[in-house]
Every structure is written in C-alpha cells, then in structure tokens.
Design a protein around this ligand. Structure first.
Ligand code: F6R
Length: 586
C-alpha cells in the first residue's frame, strides 16, 4: 500500500506530482505530501484524500517527489505523513512498504541520541541515512550501507538538497518513466505514469537508480555494479484510467464487464493448449489468490475439478500450512489484479523455491507476479481503479470457466457463449425496471444491520464474494454461507425480518428452495437472485437468461447493490475506509 510519484526535470514538476498522486491515491488515502526543490527542500503535507485538492501552497520546482499514505506504523497525522525531512535538511524521503526491523534499529539510534519526531518506521530509514552520510552527501556507498540494514518489503525514494534523486526498490513496485522531452518520472504503478511518460522501466528487486544532471544510472545494490536500463514503449490504451462520464470508477468498472469478459480470452488460443498439457501432467494444481481473488480461486477450483480431481483452492495467506506439500511436479495458478499483493507474492516465492511451475493470471502488466511467472496470462480487463475488485474478479472467474471448457472439449467455442452473455448483460444493465428494483432493494438493505447470503455449489464462492462486496463498500455486516450449513448452526441467526439473499442457478435450485423456505419459516425476508421468480421470494431480482453465467451475473448484482447502498449512506464507493487497492504489506 502507499504510493510514490515523482517528477524530475520539468518546470511544472509539483503540479505533475499532484496530478500523479491523484492517479495513485487508490493505494492509500490516509494522508499525502509533496516535497519540491527550489534552492531548498520545501514540503507540503495534509491528512485526508488528495482527490479534491486543486492547488498546492508549494512553489513549483523542477524536481518534486510525493507520497500518498496507507498508515501502517503511527496514526494518521500530518507529522507521520511523508515525505520525511532529514534533521540536517540535506534530503527528504518517502517509503512504500514496511521496515520490518524498525524497532530494533530505532532502539539503537535512540541510544546514539537520535530524537525521533514521528511514530513511523520511515523516519528510522531517514535517521539511518543521516548517520551513514555524516558530513558527506549521499553516494552509492553510504546509500547502499543503509539498504543493507533494511529488512522487509520497502521501496524508497530520496530527494537531496543538491538536486539528486536516489531510488531503491525492495519488494514494493517502482517504475521509472521517461517523457518526450527527457524528464523522468517515478511511480508505484504503470497506469499512473503512462500519462507523463512514453517509455518505462520497472525496477528490478534490489535495483538502485540515481538521478543527477538530467541523467539516470542504475546499479545492482548487491555488488554496486552499473546495470543497463532498457526502456519499453508504453501501451497507453491498456492503461487508460479515465472515469469518463461515470460519477465513480466503481460504476464504470461494473458497466465495463459487458466488454471486459470477452477481452479475458484474447490470449486463450495461444496459451490454453500449453496450459492444459501442464495441468494434465501435474501432480497437484493449486489455485491461489487473496481476498476477492481467493474467492475467484475457489470458483476456478470448482470448475476445474469437474475435469480432474487434483485441484486445490489455496488462499494466499494460508500457504504456510501447506508449504511442505509443494514440489517440482506441482503447478500453481496465481490470481491477482494488481500483481503486487504481498501475501500472494510471498506464497509464489516459496512455491518457486520448491520448484512449483507458476502460472500468473494478472491484470496489471509488468507487475511482480507477472514477471515472476513461468507462464504469464494477461487478464486484460483494463485498469481497475475502484478499490473494490469488480471486473478483475469476474474476469478471473471467466478465465477459469473458459479453461475448464477447453480441458473438456479442446476447442474455443466457449468464446461464442461469452459473446452472447456480454450482449445479454449489456441489455440487462440498461433495463430500467431491473435497475430500479436493485435501487429499491438497496434502500431496504441500507436500513438493516445484518444480512446473510446463501449459495451452494458453483454459487458458494459467489455468496462469499457477495458478502465481501457488501461489507467493504457499504459497511453493512454481511456473511455468506453454503445453504448446506444452514441447519448445522447458521439458522440460529435468523429472526423476524432478517434479510437473506438466496443465489439460485439450475443446479442448486431444488436445495435452495428448501433453504429459502426454512429461513422464511423463521421470519426471514427472502431476496431471490435468479433467472426466474419463485413463490418463496419476498423480493426478486431477475438475472439475464444466460444459464452458464449465473455466477457472474449474481456477483454483478452484489456490485450494483453495494454501490447503491454506499451512495444512500453517503459513502465514497471508490475509496472505502481503511482499505487500499494494492495490498503491498503483509
Ligand atoms: C476486494 C478486493 C481485495 C483484493 C485482494 C487481492 O474487493 O479488491 O480483496 O481482491 O486484496 O488483490 P489482488 O487481486 O490485487 O491480488
């Protein structure tokens, strides 16, 4: 979490950094700050979101660095906001990540007399660097001495009083871009930097970049040798991050699903035959992800298990319990929107060490999880900016459905079915009657404290994802369960007027009807999400008539409902509290 943006060698550097920070604000929105260099380093910091800020108090400088914070160590205060200035004023520094050994280092520095001004781990890096440079300026040697002491996933950017910039990537992503007129930019993601740069280089882990006299040089921090930087051309289209005419990114991204699902299969002809062979010859296949991506993983495991049995869903944060099971005959399919989720990266690194073949299905091009893979499948749904995953989640599920189809039939006829579903979805999303029903249901739910979602079979991961979407965007307490769990305890939660959402498809219909009756008999208000109405429903939300895709359309109902509840509660659906889009800390 947290985002870094910097502009080096442009007369409007501070404004460019302000605009850049707005584009990466989804990475953390507790506080933000910018440092600019004129004759001295000047810093402006604020708590809260940067989104509405029009003008900075800071004068423009030709070099500026900025940071948007998701607080890890130390409360949300102006003091704790980055950039942090060295006590001798020689440099200022921002960090994305966590200095894991900060307490131990802080204790030593305090013993040496350093007086800390903030509660952050980042100030410990500032203090280490101050100590390391002494009377000198920052150079490769004293900078690398500090780096050697840092543990964890932490990427830093330092602006010095004499107009130099030092960048170091450890774990958390950092990209350097170059503009037409040879200014340089740094950012934590590719999409945000594409506005300012026509070419880019993703820093390798443990790479140092030094900017001085309008030039950059790269070094390997382990042996301090110079590295060649090769810039790649930017693909602007894939990185488009414009809200268009929509009031929120979330709504735009929900509507984009009528096109994005088809885009997921763009590379299927090229990659599925090779992937299918690998799946069929592997000992165990693990499908891995965190949060929504983990529910997508559960859904994919369900689909693939129809074809072969040795398929396991593994939430990324639980891998340690299974670590001793992995071996070179195994395959892992890794799901991630950002490609930078710390839990997932750690799992993949461990699996790779055990020789597991890694297939990454990732949305963000050039991300860590994309680069680490033995076989990379671009999810290709376009930049997802709303903090809650929408089109990436359905894209992942669709990827699994298409792969399961290919494993069974060894053809690509599934693409036609996806095209038909996309057309139905398009009509459904513009059906005013259905949209009004969703708004009315949102209004009803917004007044409740608790709500339960029941699914079964293919729709169980969807019920879990449904509940997550409601919780994180509209802050309502929602829990998803298998309808099979009901009689074994869950039914005790049902009282008069408790809302229970039931997800129906053709396969689970008979059992879901029984479950719906059982909760209704205890006073529940049954909200049926299905292709056709059932007598047991108190409220009915009609899905598109696209049998195979009930899982996806049920999730789209969840997205729309939670979006509407958030608006009714005057919440920002794009930036739910306490969250960030890219979870780069553990
Ligand atoms: C929920 C959500 C998160 C992410 C999770 C993994 O709406 O967005 O649960 O799914 O943090 O992120 P990625 O997919 O970037 O690895």
């Amino acid at each position: 979490m947290c985002g870094i943006y910097a502009c080096l060698g442009d007369t409007s550097a501070t404004d460019k950094v302000l605009a850049g920070l707005k584009r990466i604000e989804y990475r953390g929105y507790d506080s933000w700050g910018i440092a600019a260099l004129n004759s001295k380093i000047k810093i402006e910091k604020h708590i809260g979101k940067i989104g509405l800020v029009k003008k900075l108090k800071l004068n423009s400088g030709e070099i500026a660095i900025g940071h948007t914070r998701w607080a890890t160590h130390g409360g949300v205060t102006v003091k704790n906001a980055h950039p942090h200035l060295a006590s001798n004023g020689k440099f200022t520094l921002v960090q994305n990540g966590v200095l894991e050994n900060y307490q131990e280092l802080k204790n030593k520095l305090e013993k040496d007399g350093y007086q800390f001004q903030t509660e952050t781990d980042t100030e410990v890096i500032v203090a280490l660097l101050e100590k390391s440079i002494g009377e000198e300026q920052i150079n490769l040697k004293n900078f690398s001495e500090v780096i050697k002491k840092m543990t964890g996933r932490n990427t830093i950017l330092v602006l010095t009083k004499n107009g130099e910039v030092w960048a170091y990537r450890q774990g958390s992503p950092l990209i350097v871009g170059q503009s037409k007129n040879d200014s340089f930019f740094f950012s934590s993601d590719l999409a945000s930097i594409s506005h300012d740069s026509q070419s880019y280089h993703v820093l390798d882990n443990q790479e140092i970049i030094h900017f001085a006299d309008q030039k950059i040089n790269s070094y390997d921090s382990k042996n301090l040798t110079k590295k060649k930087i090769s810039f790649q051309k930017m693909n602007q289209e894939a990185l488009e991050i414009d809200k268009g005419n929509y009031p929120h990114f979330m709504l735009k991204e929900i509507h984009e699903q009528k096109e994005s699902l088809q885009k997921v299969l763009a590379k299927s002809e090229k990659i599925f035959p090779q992937l299918a062979k690998k799946i069929e010859s592997s000992r165990n296949i693990y499908i891995v992800g965190a949060g929504s991506a983990s529910y997508a993983a559960a859904s994919i495991a369900f689909e693939l298990r129809k074809h072969q049995q040795n398929i396991y869903h593994l939430p990324a944060y639980d891998y340690a319990d299974f670590d001793n099971l992995f071996g070179p005959k195994d395959l892992a399919i890794i799901l991630s929107q950002s490609g930078e989720t710390a839990d997932t990266i750690e799992t993949v690194e461990q699996m790779k060490n055990k020789g597991v073949f890694i297939v990454s299905v990732v949305n963000m091009p050039s991300s860590t999880l994309m680069n680490i893979a033995n076989l990379a499948y671009p999810l290709n749904v376009g930049a997802e900016v709303g903090v809650a995953s929408t089109k990436a989640l359905t894209g992942h599920i669709l990827f699994g459905m298409a792969l399961a189809h290919y494993l069974e039939k060894k053809d690509f006829s599934f693409k036609r079915e996806v095209l038909q579903f996309s057309q139905q979805l398009n009509k459904w999303l513009t059906n005013q009657k259905i949209m009004t029903k969703i708004k009315k249901t949102a209004n009803f739910l917004s007044k409740k404290n608790d709500l339960y979602i029941l699914g079964r079979g293919q729709l169980l991961p969807c019920a879990l994802e449904f509940a997550l979407k409601i919780k994180e965007v509209s802050y309502l307490h929602a829990e998803g369960f298998s309808a099979g769990e009901l009689k074994h305890g869950v039914i005790a939660l049902i009282e008069k007027d408790t809302p229970v959402i039931c997800l129906f498809n053709k396969e689970n219909r008979a059992e879901m009807i029984s479950s719906a009756h059982e909760v209704k008999a205890r006073g529940a208000k049954v909200i049926g999400i299905a292709e056709k109405n059932e007598e047991v429903f108190d409220i009915f939300i009609k899905l598109p008539q696209a049998k195979k895709f009930t899982n996806l359309s049920s999730i789209i109902v969840a997205q729309l409902l939670t979006y509407e509840i958030a608006l009714l509660k005057k919440l920002d659906p794009d930036k739910p509290r306490n969250l960030a889009k890219s979870v780069t800390v553990k």
